[in-house]
Design a binder for this molecule. Structure first.
Ligand code: PEP
Length: 261
């Protein structure tokens, strides 16, 4: 099934509010002639969500997402952010990023609960799954990715698959983790096929075809065609290269011209 390719900018904690708004302004200016055939979701830190959302307004193809949400609707969770607090500003939300799984101990179960909660509130979860370098070296990539996806699927319905984006992001390929080598695009495509097969096993081929699966890990304007040009790859989650507006918009335009598979 043809999907509209989606590019998600994960700005992490990299920008002050002022710098985030300046970066967004530059993207908006460059994105004026952005192809309609591509979607872009910019994910700043929580304090910038409201202003980013009002600034982006109704530009076609450009949307705002959050970088995390709590798995409970509400409650005594000091320092956490509830789905109802991000929903007025964000259409999407990244969850299960490896930095959160590793550094804050987020579990597969919690990530799955977050996904179901976001869908109930009309937001698109962008769920990150992927293996560490040690898991890859031990030949455990399939096992680890399958575990994460299977737990996720237990909390979802067939209909929900169309409202979800899964990011296959090998942890070792993230630029902040200093990858030894870029992942082989064929291997990436195989792991994404695994994710679609797991979804098909649970909900059937038709529902699984509706799921968007994107790739994350050191994507930039030079290599974007290699990864997003592979069959079944519906876009990219982009970290450091998304902080450079010219580079981010250029990769979107490249794929807009090429089209998705
Ligand atoms: C990320 O950490 O989600 C990411 C995609 O980062 P980078 O593009 O910098 O590898």
């Amino acid at each position: 099934m043809e999907h509209v390719p989606v590019f998600v900018a994960n700005w992490k904690m990299a920008l002050s509010h002022k710098a985030a708004m300046e970066t967004l302004k530059a993207i908006k200016k460059l994105a004026k002639d952005m192809p309609d055939s591509v979607e872009a979701v910019v994910c700043p830190s929580f304090p910038s969500l409201a202003e980013a959302a009002s600034f982006v307004g109704k530009i076609s193809g450009l949307q705002v997402g959050a970088q995390n949400v709590h798995w409970e609707e509400s409650g005594a969770w000091t320092g956490e952010v509830a789905v109802s607090q991000i929903a007025p500003f964000a259409s999407h939300c990244i969850i299960g990023h490896s930095e959160r799984r590793r550094l804050t101990g987020e579990t597969d179960q919690q990530v799955a609960e977050k996904a179901a909660l976001l869908i109930r509130h009309g937001l698109v979860p962008i769920v990150c799954v992927g293996e560490s370098w040690e898991e890859r070296q031990a030949g455990e990539t399939v096992k680890r990715v399958s575990e994460q996806v299977e737990v996720l699927l237990t909390k979802l319905t067939r209909v929900a698959l169309a409202k979800l984006i899964v990011t296959y992001e090998p942890i070792w390929a993230i630029s902040a983790n200093n990858p030894v080598a870029p992942p082989d695009p064929d291997e990436v495509a195989q792991n994404m096929l695994l994710i679609r097969k797991l979804a098909a096993g649970q909900f059937g081929n038709e529902a699984a075809e509706r799921l968007r699966i994107i790739y994350g890990g050191s994507v930039d304007a030079d290599n974007v065609k290699q990864y997003v040009g592979e069959p079944g790859v519906d876009g990219a989650l982009v970290g450091s290269a998304s902080l450079k507006p010219v580079q981010f918009v250029s990769m979107i335009k490249t794929i807009g011209e090429v089209g998705s598979t």
